[in-house]
Every structure is written in C-alpha cells, then in structure tokens.
Ligand binder design. Structure first.
Ligand SMILES: [Mg+2]
Length: 242
C-alpha cells in the first residue's frame, strides 16, 4: 500500500504546550453517534414501525446526512433544517411519514450524543503519560456547552488546562484566528507548540500555516502528499514522539 509516513525527527524538539483536537481525535464521534441513533431507534420502537434494522437505518442516515452536510457547506440549506431533515428523509424511506418524530429525533440526538463516552484506544493512557510533561489544551470547532459535557462524561476534563472552542474564538479551524486566540488564552508561542488532530486540512494544515508543529492522527491511513511534522496511526505511537 502506498503510504507516506513522516519519521521521527532528530534532535527532538521540546514543546512547551500541546494542543489536541477533540472529535475523532480523542472522542470517538462515529461510535458515539451510532450509539445515540441506536438508543433512539429502541426508545421509539422504530423496528416495529417499518425500520428493517439498525444497520440499515445507520447506512441510510450516513448517506443522507453526508449529502445534507454538503448542501449546508454550499449554503443551500440552513443548519436548523439539516438537523430535522436528515431524520425526516430517512424515516420517509422506511415508510414513516412523521415530521414530528423527525423533530423529536433531531432534538434528542443532540441531547444524547454528548452523554456517550467512547474514546479512541489509548486515549487515557496517552493523556496520563503526557500530563506530567506538558500543559495540554483542546482546540475544537464544536459548541462550548456540548464539548464540555462530552469531555466531562468521557473523563477527559482533568487532563486539559484550557478548552478553546470556535464559538469563543469567533472563527473555526483552519482560520489562523482560532490559533492566535489559543496562544492568547494559554500564553503559548506557536514555535514551541504542537497540534494533534485527525483532520488534515483543518487541524494540521491550519496549525502548520500558523507556525506550529503538528501530529496528524490518521487511523485510516488516508493518502496525502502534505509535508507535515509527524504522522501516527494510533494514539499510543505519540508516546514515541513526546
Ligand atoms: Mg476532529
């Protein structure tokens, strides 16, 4: 398989501050999202109302949700519409024409999701290892209230000094404004800071453009040709770097 990996640089640089992305880097968004959907299917007994199985619901939901997110990014649909429409369209395909149910699903999904607490393998071991060595912080594009709840319930709060959200910064990664805001909030300097994240254009190239070193967490081994500082497939490989 064609796979580009950046090997450990020597001599190793001593970082003063480590910044982590949250969703899909530590907090397992996809597992938690699936668990939330499954919970709601059971709660509203949808398998007795026309939904053939949780797997089929999930596959269709993923397809429809991705399509609607594309439209949202292009500005042809509003976020409030997306939140309900993704369920309305899925339910309709299973013969359930019930807008009220879609609205309930849309609302309760967002309430249940942050209470799910799956994290990627090695999350707590890595954070325990890093905690005595570096001040650590989060930079996330999620909403403040939801991210706080996710971190608390997944046992992540005690590892991080400052949680920087796009909501508080006023701009989202990869905008350099959020990285500048993170420096102000933590007293860090870009040249002695490191960003760890799963999204190449958003976390990694955003941090790189701002002058920070980066670790690209790439568990799916996505192929790319970017020149980045480090790349890992598992979180625990980061112990060999830091
Ligand atoms: Mg992420």
């Amino acid at each position: 398989m064609l796979y580009f990996r950046v090997l450990k640089r020597e001599p190793m640089k001593k970082y003063q501050h480590i910044f982590f992305d949250l969703d899909r880097t530590l907090w397992d968004f996809d597992t938690n999202s699936r668990a939330s959907i499954d919970y709601l299917i059971d709660k509203y007994d949808l398998e007795k109302k026309g939904v053939p199985s949780k797997d089929e619901f999930w596959d269709l939901y993923t397809e429809i949700n991705n399509g609607l997110w594309d439209k949202y990014r292009k500005g042809t649909i509003r976020k409030a519409e997306l939140k309900v429409l993704r369920y309305e369209l899925v339910l309709r395909r299973f013969g359930i024409f019930n807008k009220e149910m879609a609205e309930i699903f849309g609302r309760e999904y967002l309430e249940v999701l942050p209470t799910k607490n799956s994290v990627f393998p090695g999350t707590h071991e890595l954070l325990e290892y890093l905690k005595p060595k570096y001040p650590m912080h989060i930079i996330t594009n999620g909403f403040e209230e939801v991210q706080e709840k996710k971190m608390e319930l997944a046992g992540l709060n005690s590892f991080f000094n400052v949680v920087i959200t796009s909501e508080a910064a006023g701009v989202r990664k990869p905008d350099e404004g959020i990285f500048r805001y993170a420096m102000e909030q933590t007293g860090a300097e870009p040249e002695s800071s490191l960003m760890i994240g799963d999204d190449l254009p958003v976390d990694i190239l955003g941090a790189k453009d701002f002058g920070m070193d980066q670790i690209y967490f790439n568990p799916q081994r996505l192929i790319h040709s970017e020149n980045i500082t480090y790349e890992v497939e598992t979180l625990l490989e980061i112990k060999n770097i830091l």
